[in-house]
Design a protein around this ligand. Sequence first.
Ligand code: AMP
Length: 410
Amino acid sequence: MKIKPVRGTHDLFGEEINKFNKVVAEVKNISQQFGFYELITPIFESSELFKKPLGEQSDVVLKEMYTFNDRNEDEITLRPEYTTPMIRAAISNGLLNNLPAKFFGTGQMFRRERPQKGRYRQFNQINFENFGSDDYFADIEIICLANTLLKKLIPNSNFTLHINTLGARDNLSAYKKILSKFFNDNQKSLSKESLDKINTNPLRILDSKNPDDSAMIKKSPKLIDLISKTDLNNYEEIKKCLTDLGINIFEDPNLVRGLDYYCHTVFEFKTNELGSQDTLIGGGRYNGLIKTLGGKDIPGVGWAGGIERIMLLMNDVPQKQADIHLAILDPSFKLHAIKIYDFLIKNSFSVYWNYKYNLKKALSFANEKKINYLIIVGENEKANNNFSIKNLSNGKQVIVNIDNILDYLK
Ligand code: AMP
């Protein structure tokens, strides 16, 4: 019986796992620098956590969720995104008493999309969320955090921050109505897929890539005309600060993002090196969402990044090799060898043995893997209760015992 992996899933090993671990390690470093705490949530949640907040008409809810009935008929969904589970967890565990409350997490997400390079049905996301601050410095900070992370992980790649403002939530609902009317009046000049969105999700027409839609998108009413002066001023300040910080900005008035909960600042870090799946990180403000999910009426801002997409742009990460290789020359010396093996492990060295009782093979293996030291356990070593240790970078070999080997390795 040969069972294939499920379409759109992939295993991580070798080079890939080194890159993956580097991303997670860097996320943890940066979270400390910026003062975000880790929050790990379950992989599945009640479906209602996603349906309404993400938008009943969003692609994710309409087509992509892995939803099933549990044995007691509860409807469960494998999480397609991390913001709503993080909010649910912050509310369930009373983590919103001291604000701002800043959290991050990494983990698997599930969306039944058409798989292609950079797009999978199970993938890993990084999420950073800041709950409770209306100050636009929180937007700048979280974007700056994303930029810092990308610069660390893919210093040689080109990426640009695409940014837009959607204004306050009521501006946005008014705008959706105006937009629906405009597109309804111009149905003849739209693609078939956009026609389906006119009444349900007109904002999504704005980021349609179909050339049949481009003329109408150009002519469509602009959201910016509805946004208040204060909100526009804040947006200008955000852009100015980010430019001063040296971040490459592209202002994109058609950037709306796929999920319903966004307002004010929305942004995406995009690259020109990955073809159509070019968004590395996406996020924005979601004032109102925490209240919708049963929490206090406090604002929030955050982003999600795709680990696999970032990995596609990373250089190889060298595998950490063992510090010491063992060469046990005969099975009867094993009990003597295990003493030094155990001692070195307890003293935090990494030790490798390939179960071959052969000095030549051990040497060539250690050289090939660029291991620094070879410990040889032969007849004399066993008889004298000591060990030979060879420094493979200069070829020098000396005799040591358990009491002085640490001095030698220092
Ligand atoms: P979104 O929640 O759709 O804004 O996605 C945030 C980020 O997650 C994207 O910018 C991608 O980097 C990544 N991502 C989203 N969907 C997928 C997918 N199906 N496969 C791999 N990465 C994804």
